[in-house]
Design a protein around this ligand. Structure first.
Ligand code: SF4
Length: 219
């Protein structure tokens, strides 16, 4: 299925950001929000000179709510972003490069201990900002996996991640990270184009992999 998606869509060159810190901001802002809204928030942050660790460090939590307003949930998201920068300052002297040197499991545990960071946000930061070979699970993946009857609809995050891990394993850490990056981006693409709330299977690159029977919207 990975090969079919890659053949249909090509490499996606993810994450859509110019810097690792912009990835971190996007990972928080995209929680429960469409990417179009995140783009408007990122544009506001760019215009205000706030797309850097220094920028977020100097702005107050209350003031940060304004530029990120298009992404919604501004009280929680502003607090989460400020907490992340505080953590980065305290543990890694404000350096994402220094943070990236730590073992994956240790970093994941540190991230999950921060407010507003769940498994998807932690893994998106690990993979796309820090280059660690971690597969990111999202709702698009859950839909594809469920509709193709690879796992039940109530499968836990770790089960979905284990399924992805089997598809991305490479000969080196870098190769695995590259596959993790690509496969997640391709799943998002097929989700946007075909596998939304109501599946549009006609013409979908994954249609040949469907189990027999009718598909219904899942949620
Ligand atoms: S749209 Fe249909 S064929 Fe495509 S991934 Fe979803 S369930 Fe599979």
């Amino acid at each position: 299925m990975y090969a079919a998606l890659l053949s249909a869509y090509g490499t996606r060159k993810w994450w859509p950001a110019d810097t690792a810190f912009e990835v971190v901001l996007g990972a928080f802002l995209t929680q429960a929000t469409a990417w179009r809204s995140v783009e408007r928030s990122i544009a506001n942050l760019r215009q205000a000179g706030l797309l850097t660790v220094q920028g977020i460090r100097r702005i107050s939590e209350e003031a940060l709510r304004q530029p990120i307003r298009p992404s919604g949930f501004v009280v929680r998201k502003a607090a989460s972003i400020k907490s992340f920068v505080q953590f980065l300052d305290d543990r890694y002297a404000g350096s994402l490069d220094r943070m990236a040197q730590q073992p994956t499991a240790e970093l994941r545990a540190q991230l999950l201990a921060l407010p507003g960071v769940g498994p998807e946000t932690a893994d998106a930061i690990l993979l796309y900002a820090l280059g660690h070979p971690v597969f990111v699970v999202d709702e698009y993946l859950r839909r594809v996996v469920t509709r193709h009857q690879l796992l039940p609809a109530n499968a836990r995050y770790a089960e979905l991640q284990a399924l992805g891990d089997g598809a991305i394993a490479g000969a080196t850490r870098e190769e695995t990270a590259r596959h993790a990056n690509e496969l997640h981006a391709l799943i998002v693409e097929v989700g946007k184009r075909h596998c939304g709330v109501a599946p549009r299977c006609q013409g979908c690159p994954l249609q040949p992999y469907l189990p027999a029977g009718d598909l219904k919207p899942l949620y």
